[in-house]
Design a protein around this ligand. Sequence first.
Ligand code: GLN
Length: 304
Amino acid sequence: MNYQKILEEITTQTNHLQEKGKIASYIPELAKVSRDSFGISLHFLRGDHYWIGDADKRFSIQSIAKVFSLSMAIGLLGEKIFQRVGVEPSGTAFNSLLQLDYERGIPRNPFINAGALVIMDILFSELKHPKQALLDFVRKLSGNSDIDFNQAVVTSEKSQGFRNTALANLLKSHRNLNNEVEEILDFYFHLCSIEMSCNELSHTFLGFANHGKIPGSDEQILSTSQTKRLNALMQTCGFYDEAGEFSFTVGLPGKSGVGGGIVAVYPEKFSISVWSPELNEKGNSIRGMKTLELFTTKSKLSVF
Ligand code: GLN
């Protein structure tokens, strides 16, 4: 199979999808990104790597980073984190408040914002230097010591973080947030501000395609069973109220972010990432979704 050619074909076939969506301007700093940015990166576990376009350019990975915080929490505390956050798709927007209130402060899953805030609260209680420990974890997983937060994005999101502040307060009122609201929001906004390129993302996610072991090292980040659970959550909850659509059209576990990135894995085979900043109304990259649909169709590589 000529994967480079497939990526080239997909680039041409999805070009018309530019200018069909909206950049996540509710975080003002993200609105500065050029809307025609586009990159794909495909890493196979056996070692070959294919990429195209802006695959080397770093962008704000936003909610994709929730996979890192969840991995860290599962690795540190195991199953007991699921007493405070569920494992069901929410069927609601990533920043919805209603469901959280009527389900008494237990977020449906760790990938909606409320669930990610609970995970940050768990990590904050557990770690001595939470932000540094988070960065160290991502740097280890990626094998890249200069992965970093973007302070301008942190400040920008904080200045407009009204819904996340409301979610954190609602969690607190239901006694599912042990630390101070401001501390957890600050930690959460740092998580979301992490920047990576498509090449770095697909390389980093190979660990989740490899039963939790960083390829080429002896480092086991998660056990096989924990990795199975993480991938299951990506499959069922990675795209919020579009998780069904992503399973239906792409057929891989994956995670999106409002920076326009998407990364997906095929256990024991490969990891693929795509970046295109224009989003649909669910907060997922329009061209990114189509790219991955075309990739699994053309390559016949989907878990289903
Ligand atoms: N930082 C973003 C927010 O909290 C993350 C959302 C996302 O990427 N879906 O709104």
